[in-house]
Design a protein around this ligand. Structure first.
Ligand SMILES: [Zn+2]
Length: 245
C-alpha cells in the first residue's frame, strides 16, 4: 500500500510560491489574466495542475469586493448609502467569499485518505446536489451530479466524492470544465479502472435573463478509462443511473 506524507488540505509549497509570484505580477501588471489561467499549462506540463490549481493568498479580498459592489450600485443609479443598501456591499463580499472559497483549497486533500479493497465493480453516488457560479455571468447554476468509478485497489469514503465536487464548484466555473475537472482529479488521485461524471444543471443565466428558458437543463458527461473504452460498462452505468426502479 502506498503511503503519502502530504498533510491533509495543504497545497504544495513550491506550487503556492509560484502562483503567488504570478498573482503579484498580475496585481502590478495591466490586463493579465495569469492568475486563473484555465488554458495555460503548468511547469509540470499537466493541465490538471493548472485547471484545478489552488490560488495563493489564502482568502478572498472582502474590502475590494465591497468597493466594487458599491460602484455597481452607483452605476445602476442607486444610492448605496440609503438604509436598505448600506450593508449590502460587505454582505455581498462575504457571500462571494463563500461562493468562491474553493479557489483557495486543494481538492486533492479529500482524496488523500483511501482504503485498500479488492472490490472492482462500479461504485456510483447518484444525485449529488451542487451549486456553482457561471463564470460568464456570475450567476448560479445548480443541479445534480452522478459520480462513478471502478476501483483498482483504492476506495475512498463516499462523502469524499461530494466534498471534492463541492470544492471545485465553489469557484468561477463552466459546467463542462467542472465535469472534466472532477473526472480527471479522481482518475489522477484514485488511479481507478475508470471514472464517470454526469452533471445535469439549470443555469440561471439562461432562465432569468437572456433567452429565459426556465425548463432547460444542461447535461455534461466525462468518461474516463473503461467507461470510455467499454460500451457494456457504460451501458451498465447508464442503467444504474437512469434505469427503471
Ligand atoms: Zn452564464
Amino acid at each position: 500500500m502506498e503511503s503519502r506524507d502530504k498533510s491533509p488540505c495543504e497545497s504544495n509549497v513550491a506550487e503556492t510560491a509560484r502562483l503567488k509570484a504570478s498573482a503579484d505580477a498580475e496585481l502590478t501588471g495591466a490586463d493579465s489574466e495569469a492568475s486563473v489561467g484555465v488554458n495555460s499549462t503548468s511547469e509540470s506540463g499537466s493541465p490538471l495542475d493548472t485547471r484545478a490549481q489552488v490560488l495563493p493568498g489564502g482568502k478572498v479580498d472582502l474590502e475590494r469586493i465591497a468597493r466594487a459592489v458599491r460602484e455597481i450600485l452607483l452605476a445602476v443609479g442607486e444610492n448605496p448609502d440609503r438604509d436598505g443598501l448600506r450593508d449590502t456591499p460587505m454582505r455581498v463580499a462575504r457571500m462571494y467569499a463563500e461562493l468562491f472559497g474553493g479557489l483557495y483549497q486543494d481538492p486533492r486533500c479529500h482524496l488523500d485518505k483511501y482504503f485498500v479493497e479488492k472490490y472492482d465493480e462500479i461504485v456510483l453516488v447518484k444525485g449529488i446536489s451542487f451549486e456553482s457560479m457561471c463564470e460568464h455571468h456570475l450567476l448560479p447554476f445548480h443541479g445534480q451530479a452522478h459520480v462513478a468509478y471502478i476501483p483498482n485497489g483504492k476506495i475512498v469514503g463516499l462523502s469524499k466524492l461530494a466534498r471534492v465536487l463541492e470544492l471545485l464548484a465553489h469557484r468561477p466555473q463552466v459546467q463542462e470544465r467542472l465535469t472534466e475537472q472532477l473526472a480527471d482529479l479522481l482518475m489522477q488521485e484514485l488511479e481507478p479502472k475508470g471514472v464517470a461524471v454526469i452533471m445535469e444543471a439549470t443555469h440561471t443565466c439562461m432562465t432569468i435573463r437572456g433567452i429565459r428558458k426556465p425548463t432547460s437543463v444542461c447535461t455534461t458527461s466525462a468518461m474516463r478509462g473503461v467507461f470510455k473504452s467499454n460500451l457494456s460498462t457504460r451501458t451498465e452505468l447508464m442503467s444504474l443511473i437512469y434505469g427503471s426502479k
